[in-house]
Design a protein around this ligand. Structure first.
Ligand code: PCA
Length: 124
């Protein structure tokens, strides 16, 4: 059994965006948001900044295997471009009888502000 990792994605790895193909073999766990506030910037591509508190960030959570995580790291340039860290995430209920779940998942932060601030925390 290979290791499983939870990954929270907020940008080009989401459904409907080009890089989501890297997650085509991974389990989608639901739409989600960060528990803590961060800052989402965009200049063509999105960047979440760890040390600025603007809004919760919206995205999706996937369960990925070791190999997929390594591919994501390569795509995002971890740890030299984006860097991956563990954060607290609330995953939306997918069924009416469910409640939201609190989990810990990896997120790709970016080290410096770039482009315009998206105050809603939603990249689209
Ligand atoms: N890809 C990663 C980080 C930013 C980006 O565009 C993601 O979707 O979470």
């Amino acid at each position: 059994m290979t290791d499983k990792h939870m990954v929270f994605v907020y940008g080009t790895l989401k459904r409907g965006f080009g890089n989501n193909r890297l997650l085509s073999g991974s389990k989608f766990l639901g739409e989600a948001r960060t528990e803590d506030k961060f800052a989402l910037y965009e200049s063509g591509i999105p960047f979440v900044i760890e040390d600025e508190q603007v809004s919760q960030i919206s995205g999706e959570v996937y369960e990925v295997d070791e190999r997929t995580l390594a591919r994501l790291d390569r795509l995002e340039g971890h740890p030299n471009w984006y860097f991956r860290k563990m954060v607290n995430i609330s995953v939306n209920a997918t069924e009416r009888y469910e409640t939201e779940k609190r989990i810990q998942a990896w997120i790709y932060f970016f080290p410096k502000r770039q482009g315009i601030l998206i105050k809603s925390g939603v990249f689209q």
